[in-house]
Design a protein around this ligand. Structure first.
Ligand code: NDP
Length: 242
């Protein structure tokens, strides 16, 4: 069985990615942190497609928990191939740097950047053995452009972009691609506190994007059709970065 592991798959962009990858035939390993109800909703949608979905509840910012859950799963599924890894789980805690407590800096770096290391280190071993894999990291316009009030989040996402490019070089010869997808404003729980109407005025397409629009690009990068694309950052932002 070929699996796709999606972190933060319970809601928003991650949920849309799980469903897209399930439609493509991957059995889904759905990670989430705490929202059992939303995780089960997404699981039901996947199973309605006739595709298996396993919930892996762990906090990606906790190295001990992440390592324990993933290594136990791999030990219990010796022949399983995780063909696709989508590092999607993420949080934002915006503040101007002069007001930012250390805790806000570290929690955003831990959840968005350090989690990439904890998870990829384990899954890449499985991909190297299979001599095949697709890793897709969800970053942000904040990481490519920088966003006021988001030094922590911009630093974390820019860090993942650097890691994407470096890891792509490390494992290209084993037929494993590593790419990043950088959304602009996407309508999810993460952006529901923002003034969508006002911000949309600054977006050339005059609207927020949808989780589905991100998931479709992730699906392409996860497919055999994207076999010669690696180390790239694909922006999905309605023209905002130009
Ligand atoms: P949401 O807030 O809607 O969902 C976040 C998801 O991540 C949930 O599934 C949540 O699980 C999970 N999660 C959060 N922290 C952890 C953790 N420590 N361990 C495990 N799972 C965790 O976010 P979006 O869908 O909007 O964002 C998805 C990704 O896209 C993030 O990396 C974000 O930074 C990025 N992004 C989003 C943009 C946007 O405009 N929405 C723009 C650019 C990038 P649970 O349900 O259990 O809480």
């Amino acid at each position: 069985m070929n699996y796709a592991l999606v972190t933060g798959g319970s809601r928003g962009i991650g949920s849309a990615i799980c469903i897209k990858l399930a439609e493509m035939g991957f059995a889904i390993l759905l990670n989430y942190k705490s929202n059992d109800e939303e995780a089960n909703n997404t699981k039901q949608k996947i199973e309605a497609l006739g595709v298996p979905c396993e919930l892996l509840k762990f906090d990606v910012s906790n190295p001990e928990e992440t390592t324990a859950v993933l290594t136990n799963w791999l030990d219990a599924h010796k022949d399983a191939k995780i063909e696709v890894l989508v590092n999607n789980a993420g949080i934002r805690q915006d503040n101007l740097i002069v007001f930012m407590p250390e805790e806000q800096w570290h929690s955003v770096i831990n959840s968005n950047l350090n989690a990439f290391y904890y998870i990829s280190k384990i899954v890449v071993k499985n991909m190297l053995a299979a001599r095949y894999g697709r890793i897709i990291n969800i970053v942000s316009l904040s990481g490519t452009k920088g966003m006021a009030g988001q030094t922590n989040y911009s630093a974390a996402k820019a860090g993942v972009i650097g890691a994407t490019k470096a890891l792509a070089l490390e494992i290209a010869k084993r037929n494993i691609t590593v790419n990043a997808v950088a959304p602009g404003f996407i309508a999810t729980d993460m952006t529901k506190d923002l003034n969508e109407k006002e911000l949309s005025e600054h977006i050339p397409m005059k609207r927020f994007g949808t989780p589905q629009e991100v998931a479709d690009t992730v699906g392409f990068l996860a497919s055999k059709s994207a076999s010669y694309i690696t180390g790239q950052v694909i922006s999905i932002n309605g023209g905002l970065s130009t």
